[in-house]
Ligand binder design. Structure first.
Ligand code: FMN
Length: 363
């Protein structure tokens, strides 16, 4: 059996004590129903996975404007806070830690989701080539509306409001979703951002919104309760960048003095469906940012332990392995076989493929 001891050392992510180096990656599962309110089925799903060092709960809309995935949850009204409270209570009772991923999808929305059928917003008026998951099934993405300069404070306020609600719902912290081609990434990367104001053009300008949001979230809660997720090489949501390493090195340098709980970098290993060619930014980020670094994308127990032992990462987050294995840390520790994931149920409804994967004791 491979030496995976490095995965089982405790660590602090800012104020959050993690008993191991195995984080659960944020995973959109579309089980919150039309109400977008976390429910008992979701309580059970997260409770089952409480042995993760930390759970980073699924991307959760910070506002109606920021919503863009059918039956994903929100954190912009009191009923959603009450629903999340049941989940954080259950995870805490089971001895776990849980953070919430704060999500504004920007142009990855659809008028069907928007208040008053308005257009989705982004850095620039350029549509995603692809399809949105709307209540009426998949629909072609529309051309978004470029945010006006005077709307930016309102966007930042949405993150502040969601952070306050996450605090009152009992989370251990929040993760700002800066990855995967959603709003903050749509500002950061020049594959979309064609603005000519203070939020476009240079790397400094394109990074401005992400950094202002991060600082506002920190000011609302505390740096040691706030993480940020980045995906330097991801092409998801039709996004790209002409100078990935320079862009993300700059972001990491700016984050360095803020005292974040952690930085979370998605950069999938070769062979993984999310892997893209090109120079990896994670090593440069590692050099520029001295706080805890979580790496993600295609890791197993052995490659995860190796990444930690070599100093490339402090934790590894696991996505699909946690979908199929609620007791992933115990399986990694014992070298047990893993359940196979069923992609057909990743975004389906109900408990099938959600809460019915067996734990070792039950299998
Ligand atoms: C079903 C599914 C849902 C996902 N939802 C999110 C999400 O809500 N937020 C996010 O940042 N990444 C999301 N991702 C990406 C994962 O967090 C992770 O980066 C990816 O699965 C690669 O890690 P893995 O190889 O350990 O699964 C999702 C991936 C899958 C397969």
């Amino acid at each position: 059996m491979a030496d995976t001891a490095a995965l089982f050392q405790p660590i602090h992510l800012g104020a959050i004590a993690s008993p191991n180096r195995i984080a659960m990656a944020p995973l959109t599962r579309g089980r919150a129903g039309e109400s977008r309110i976390p429910n008992d089925l979701m309580v059970e799903y997260y409770r089952q996975r409480a042995s993760a060092g930390v759970i980073i709960a699924e991307a959760t809309a910070i506002s109606e404007q920021g919503y863009g995935w059918d039956q994903a949850p929100g954190i912009y009204n009191d009923a959603q806070v009450a629903g999340w409270q049941k989940i954080t209570d259950a995870v805490h009772e089971a001895g776990g830690k849980i953070l919430l991923q704060l999500w504004h999808v920007g142009r990855a929305s659809h008028t069907d989701f928007q208040p008053n059928g308005e257009r989705p917003v982004s850095s620039s008026a350029i549509a995603i080539q692809g399809e949105a998951h709307t209540p009426q099934g998949k629909k072609t993405y529309e051309v978004p509306r470029a945010l006006e300069l005077n709307e930016i404070p309102g966007i930042i306020q949405q993150y502040v409001n969601a952070t306050k609600r996450a605090m009152s719902a009992g989370f251990d912290g929040v993760e700002v979703h800066g990855a995967n081609g959603y709003l903050l990434d749509q500002f950061l990367r020049d594959g979309v951002n064609q603005r000519t104001d203070a939020y476009g053009g240079s790397i400094e300008n394109r990074a401005r919104l992400m950094l202002e949001v991060t600082q506002a979230v920190i000011a609302t809660w505390s740096a040691d309760r706030v993480g940020l997720r980045l995906s330097p090489n991801s092409t998801f949501n039709d996004l790209s960048d002409s100078n990935t390493v320079a862009t993300f090195t700059y972001v990491a340098e700016q984050l360095e003095p803020l005292g974040l709980a952690y930085l979370h970098v998605v950069e999938a290993l070769p062979g993984h469906f999310m892997h893209t060619e090109g120079e990896r930014a994670a090593p440069a980020i590692r050099k520029a940012f001295s706080g805890p670094l979580i790496l993600n994308g295609g890791y197993d127990a052995e490659s995860g332990a190796d990444a930690i032992a070599s100093g490339a990462a402090d934790l590894i987050s696991y996505g699909i392995p946690f979908i199929a294995n609620p007791d992933l840390p115990a399986r990694f520790r014992s070298g047990a076989e893993l359940n196979a994931p069923d992609p057909a149920t990743f975004y389906s409804r109900g408990k099938q493929g959600y809460t019915d994967y067996p734990s070792m004791q039950a299998s």
